[in-house]
Design a protein around this ligand. Structure first.
Ligand code: A2P
Length: 285
């Protein structure tokens, strides 16, 4: 049986825990510290932050304190951060990484991601901007200060421009929730050995009242959130649920002792499309 600490091998020598703790929108410093610490105490071994979340410092502090207080090794915890879309391009990405490292206070990151692609709506040379940014990511990776590099919100056409490099993304973190499986991108990634992570795996709460999901929650004796996270795991996607509530943090971690049948997986796959929560990656300015 998998657990929160069970790892999936990436396309290099690194492996990633199969469920992570998301910290988007936890801007309040005390809340960011406390919820990260609670997640680690609950057994999460994978923490996802970003420069844009404005909580790298508190997230890093919680990780360092947890390591010291519990005699845990740094290698047991998988930590991700991301370069924001105003910092794309070779030089700016290198500088953004230095800022992240001084904020987060860790010796290395497990994963560093390009948060959003340059998009054709706002950048005539979007493919080259993404390539230049990727060159910086490769340099950071080769320095040994990150164990893996990847992207976020990249659709197939964004990914294709990076497939010509010797080192391709290890991960693509995209929005996935019931009604928004993004099969084209997931299929492309899985065919090319790129692991898919799900941001907003619970659809920011909007899926929690869905009648089919409620029916399945009753059938399996689980909460709707647990059904959704389990559905993502069975699609070989790594969900990153966010919560500031200790009970929900624990609930979201308790998804490894049941299995959704193939028939019910297909029913969830067929939930009517909701579309993006925010703007599409092709409209990222
Ligand atoms: P809270 O932080 O108060 O728990 P997503 O990860 O899809 O973006 O969803 C995050 C939203 O879902 C947050 O508003 C969070 O609120 C809420 N949430 C997280 N876990 C659960 C859960 N198990 N049940 C209900 N709501 C949840």
């Amino acid at each position: 049986m998998s657990t929160l600490a069970t790892r999936i091998k990436l396309n290099n020598d690194t492996a990633i825990p199969c469920l992570g703790f998301g910290t988007y929108k936890i801007k309040d410093p005390v809340e960011a510290y406390n919820s990260t610490k609670t997640a680690l105490e609950t057994g999460y071994r994978h923490i996802d932050t970003a420069a844009f979340y404005e909580n790298e410092k508190q997230v890093g502090q919680a990780i360092n304190d947890f390591i010291k207080e519990n005699n845990v090794k740094r290698e047991d915890i998988f930590v991700t951060s991301k370069v924001w879309k105003t910092e794309l391009g070779y030089d700016k990405t290198l500088a953004a990484f230095e800022k992240t490292m001084s904020e987060i206070g860790l010796d290395y990151l497990d994963l560093y991601l390009i948060h959003w692609p340059a998009s054709y709506a706002f950048d005539d040379d979007w493919e080259n901007t993404n390539r230049d940014t990727w060159r910086a990511m490769i340099e950071i990776y080769k320095s040994g200060r990150v164990k893996a590099i990847g992207v976020s919100n990249f659709l197939t056409h964004h990914l294709k421009a990076l497939m010509e490099f010797d080192i391709i993304p290890a991960v693509d973190q995209i929005e996935i929730n019931p009604g928004f499986l993004q099969e084209d991108t997931v299929d492309f990634c899985q065919e090319h050995g790129i692991l898919v992570e799900a941001w907003s795996p619970l659809g920011r709460g909007k899926s929690l009242d869905h009648p089919l999901l409620k029916e399945l929650a009753d059938k399996y004796g689980r909460t709707v959130a647990q059904i959704i996270l389990r559905w993502e795991i069975q699609h070989d996607v790594v969900p990153l649920p966010k919560s500031v509530n200790p009970d929900r943090i624990a609930q979201n971690a308790n998804v490894f002792d049941f299995e959704i049948s193939d028939e019910d997986m297909e029913k969830i796959d067929a939930i009517e499309p909701y579309g993006n929560s925010g703007h599409s990656p092709d409209q990222a300015d």
